[in-house]
Design a protein around this ligand. Structure first.
Ligand code: TMP
Length: 195
């Protein structure tokens, strides 16, 4: 039996990790062979990104690094799917379009460039969920530093959220209201997956 490739997107603090754990538990109990994976990966390129070893990197170079990491990861995920696994992936190309567009300035031509560099390396997931939430709320869920940085972060995440929503409408992602409780969100998402 061919597997499935399911992606979860959303701004920091949207509740992706908890949701993915919950989905994994339910699908495993139903007899599915589930694998949880994430971007940036813990592979060779993802590790460089996560370690933050490259200082003063340009925004364009950063976008290319995330995309190179994805090229490697996509091959891996396709193999897992082919072998019958249900692949639950925390972030995929929409993260690059949403976050790097916010970093770069968010013009249409920048967004086009980000989509263009991703086109040859990605495969369209069977379904993508966008956990949509107001950054003010999501930031209350995660630890923050001082007030000034919190304000800047919220402003930044507003741009990321708006980029996400634009792409979600274009690509037909399932937009999920992530301001509700974890149980409510899990219930809705598992119903959609079941269908
Ligand atoms: P995480 O908190 O989900 O592990 O993601 C790490 C950060 O990396 C998060 O703030 C989003 C950011 N990111 C990008 O900016 N572009 C990307 O393509 C990906 C995959 C993540």
């Amino acid at each position: 039996m061919a597997g499935r490739f399911i992606v979860f997107e959303g701004i920091d603090g949207a509740g992706k990790s908890t949701l993915i754990e919950g989905i994994s538990e339910i699908l495993t109990s139903r007899g599915e062979d589930v694998i949880i994976t994430a971007e940036p990966t813990d592979g060779p390129i993802g590790s460089i990104i996560r370690a933050g070893e490259i200082k003063n990197i340009s925004q364009n170079a950063e976008a290319l690094l995330f995309t190179a990491d994805r090229a490697f990861h996509t091959q891996q995920m396709l193999r897992w799917k082919k072998s019958g696994k249900t692949v639950l992936c925390d972030r995929y190309y929409a993260s690059t379009v949403a976050y790097q567009a916010a970093n770069l300035g968010g013009t249409e031509s920048e967004k086009e460039w980000l989509k263009e560099i991703n086109r040859p390396v990605v495969t369209e997931p069977d379904i993508t969920f966008l956990l949509d939430i107001d950054p003010e709320k999501s930031m209350r869920r995660v630890n923050n530093r001082g007030d000034a940085s919190k304000f800047e972060k919220i402003e930044y995440l507003r741009k990321v959220r708006s980029n996400y929503l634009e792409l979600a409408r274009e690509k037909g992602f399932k937009i999920i209201d992530a301001s509700r409780t974890g149980e409510e969100v899990l219930k809705e998402v598992i119903t959609i997956i079941g269908e």
